[in-house]
Ligand binder design. Structure first.
Ligand code: C2E
Ligand code: CA
Ligand code: CA
Length: 450
């Protein structure tokens, strides 16, 4: 139960090698950061740190826990400060009390405010230490019968952290065969669900599509993000029924909302899946069973296409003939074979977020280059992982037509997705109405096209 609540707050599980963080899809995207930015140096097997923010979210405090497997290697867990702040608020209750957590040289308050330095403990305050250098200070009106509650709340802090670590640990290090067995059972028991992240028209802000992103409601691990299991799944034949599930579910859920004809539904297609004998029969069967007015787009990384095997090409051609479109995912992270990409006639290129991070500065030229390439290949460009306004502005200036990222919306359930879609339309209508009032002769269409 506690674990289920803790799970959504684990923002990232990052591998650390030689004192540097490695690729993670959540929060500290594709950059190498010194471990010392998060936790103090030392040789203990668990080191804990509190920082005021990360590069992606400079204003969101996080608790960092490093589980060492060697002196400078191990796993770093990043837990949202908001979660710890929630627990502290519970310890405060409605009385005149304050509860803070200090770790190393930082302190977090129950309103999720971070200050550097250790909290001082006024006279009469309750101070609780745990073995990992965490210190909870509860000050103010502390009735004796509340003490047990306070101690309990402080313990929760420790337990929640341990649980969160266990979650990452179990999901990240369970042997492949066990994960695959559990996925198989999970599919049968309906433990997987799909969230949708909007693809936004950069010029108007209107949502024009959705990427289906799967989540696993594991009975013991809580909500598990795909990073913890997808690499095993994507190299196993189980990926075929799994993709069918995602496609079926998203066609049903998005198809029933009343989205306009041609609204894009993009589903990830694993390269290995395209090499299975069932491909593309399995995908065609789902599409035949569930005719749709949505525009189905399959996203595939370059990795799977570089072999250029005839059967894969034929499968893709067959799906194209059925009206399915294709996108190259994570563009730029693999060695591109331009001739092959041209032959495949892709509809969209998705620029990986590690380049989009620097859209406003270091990687601007690169993004301009990809836009040009998109033109040559006849493909529209989608920028992934946009989480800052400056990136959006740069993309608009460069003329990238579509974008996706936390700046616009996190992946969300289908009903909330539809509300968000309607709100994006409303915002755009208001802008157009305001422009029409100001300059009646001006065109309301401010779209930026590729
Ligand atoms: P992806 O296809 O590159 O999907 C985008 C990932 O980036 C998603 O993570 C999304 O939540 C995250 N993201 C979106 N905007 C931002 C942002 O502004 N900043 C940051 N830091 N991240 C952002 P998610 O949902 O955890 O998925 C991770 C990967 O798992 C996906 O990467 C995809 O490769 C795989 N995956 C997810 N669902 C499926 C699926 O149904 N089938 C297959 N085969 N793979 C899937
Ligand atoms: Ca994708
Ligand atoms: Ca991607």
């Amino acid at each position: 139960m506690l674990l289920q609540r803790a799970a959504p707050y684990v923002r990232a599980m990052v591998l650390v090698h030689n004192g540097l963080t490695y690729c993670s899809s959540l929060g500290i995207a594709h950059m190498h950061h010194p471990l010392a930015q998060f936790v103090p140096n030392g040789s203990s097997s668990r080191r804990v740190g509190l920082v005021g923010g990360t590069q992606v979210y400079p204003d969101r405090p996080v608790l960092a826990i490093f589980e060492a497997v060697g002196e400078r290697d191990g796993v770093l867990y990043i837990i949202e400060g908001a979660y710890i702040a929630d627990l502290l608020a519970r310890a405060e209750g409605s009385e005149k009390r304050s509860a803070t957590l200090s770790v190393g040289t930082g302190t977090l308050a129950s309103d999720n405010r971070f200050t550097s330095g250790n909290a001082t403990a006024p006279a009469g305050a309750v101070v609780l230490h745990n073995g990992d250098g965490m210190r909870v200070v509860v000050a103010g009106k502390i009735p004796s019968d509340h003490l047990a509650l306070t101690v309990f709340a402080a313990l929760i802090c420790g337990v929640a952290v341990a649980m969160a670590v266990e979650l990452g640990y179990s999901a990240g290090f369970t042997p492949r065969q066990r994960i695959l067995r559990q996925v198989k059972v999970g599919l049968r028991r309906g433990e997987f669900f799909v969230l949708y992240q909007p693809i936004v028209d950069v010029g108007t802000g209107v949502w024009v599509g959705a990427e289906a992103l799967v989540r696993w409601q594991h009975p013991r691990w809580g909500v598990v993000a795909p990073d913890a299991f997808i690499r095993h799944l994507e190299t196993s034949p189980l990926i075929a029924p799994f993709t069918d599930f995602v496609l079926r579910t998203s066609l049903t859920q998005l198809g029933s909302l009343g989205l306009p004809d041609g609204f894009r539904l993009t589903v990830n297609l694993a390269p290995y899946h395209t090499e299975l004998p069932s491909f593309p029969r399995d995908i065609c069967a789902v599409l035949d069973l569930q005719p749709t007015t949505l525009n189905v787009v399959l996203e595939i990384t370059e990795r799977g296409l570089l072999t250029g095997e005839n059967s894969v090409m034929e499968g893709i051609a067959r799906l194209k003939a059925k009206g399915v479109q294709f996108a190259i995912d994570d563009f730029g992270t693999e060695n591109s074979n331009l001739a092959l990409l041209q032959r495949l006639n892709f509809d969209y290129i998705k620029i990986d977020r590690c380049f989009v991070q620097g859209a406003a500065d270091s990687d601007r030229k690169l993004i301009e280059g990809i836009r040009q390439l998109g033109k040559v290949l006849g493909a529209s460009v989608v920028a992934e992982g946009v989480d800052r306004q400056a990136q959006h502005n740069a993309l608009q200036e460069i003329g990238i037509p579509f974008a996706q990222g936390f700046l616009y919306h996190q992946p969300t359930e289908s009903e909330a997705f539809f509300d968000g879609y309607l709100a994006s339309l409303e915002r755009w209508r208001n802008i157009v109405a305001a422009q029409t009032v100001q300059t009646p002769a001006a065109s309301p269409d401010g779209r930026v096209t590729s």
